[in-house]
Design a binder for this molecule. Structure first.
Ligand code: E4P
Length: 217
């Protein structure tokens, strides 16, 4: 399973990238706002840093303007995936830009039918939002499972990019179901290393090691 990091913070991306934990990056208008950076500048820096796909989102609402914005974003670097919302205009944009050879990430997906449309429009990635479904008392993982089944039934090669991941359990469940990619904030990716028994075991080893009076270096 590929790990994308869901942020526009360069330092956080670089730290995880150095550990080989970054297969790609996703951004959105809210993350650009949070970074305080210019979208074109920060996206270029991210593309220079990371080899894998870097999602940059269009902000127009009609297909003609989305296509123009998508073409401009795609000029930033070869590893740009143009991110478009799952609206009818977004699907039209997906069809045109994927036909031109650009990677397209269709975002804000909340139903299996929406995911089916994105695959038929040639999406490289479909981004179902797990956490936002959980927020309204639905089960985001059910959606990932439904899309996995449907894509496998018909051999669609659109990659399932599990998004709006808020917890380490979302990562485990996405991996169990067979999502192709997860995108998560840096804090969630780092938290995957945590286990209370690891901390407890390490404390016990350190206490016993101190009693030996030995040194390795
Ligand atoms: C990823 O592409 C999305 O922009 C992101 O995962 C949304 O996450 P949120 O629902 O926590 O804002």
């Amino acid at each position: 399973m590929k790990f994308f990091v869901d942020t526009a913070e360069i330092d956080a991306i670089a730290e995880l990238n150095d550990l080989g934990m970054v297969d790609g990056v996703t951004t959105n208008p809210s993350l650009i706002l949070k970074s305080g950076r210019d979208i074109l500048e920060v996206t270029r820096e991210i593309c220079d840093l990371v080899d894998g796909p870097v999602s940059a989102e269009v902000v127009a609402l009609n297909a003609d303007d989305m296509i123009a914005e998508g073409r401009k974003l795609a000029q930033i670097a070869d590893n740009i995936a143009v991110k478009v919302p799952l609206t009818w205009d977004g699907l039209k944009t997906c069809k045109v830009l994927s036909g031109e050879g650009h990677m397209v990430n269709v975002t804000l997906c909340f139903s299996a039918n929406q995911a089916l449309l994105a695959a038929k429009a040639g999406a490289t990635f479909i981004s179902p939002f797990i956490g936002r479904l959980d927020d309204i008392n639905l089960d985001g993982m059910d959606l990932i499972a439904d899309i996995r089944t449907i894509y496998d039934n018909y051999g669609f090669d659109t990659q399932i990019l599990a998004a709006s991941i808020r917890t380490v359990n979302h990562v485990t469940e996405s991996a169990r179901i067979g999502a192709d990619v997860i995108t998560a904030p840096p804090g969630v990716i780092k938290a995957l290393a945590n286990h209370p028994l690891t901390d407890k075991g390490l404390d016990a080893f350190m206490a016993d090691w101190a009693k030996t009076g030995q040194k390795i270096l």
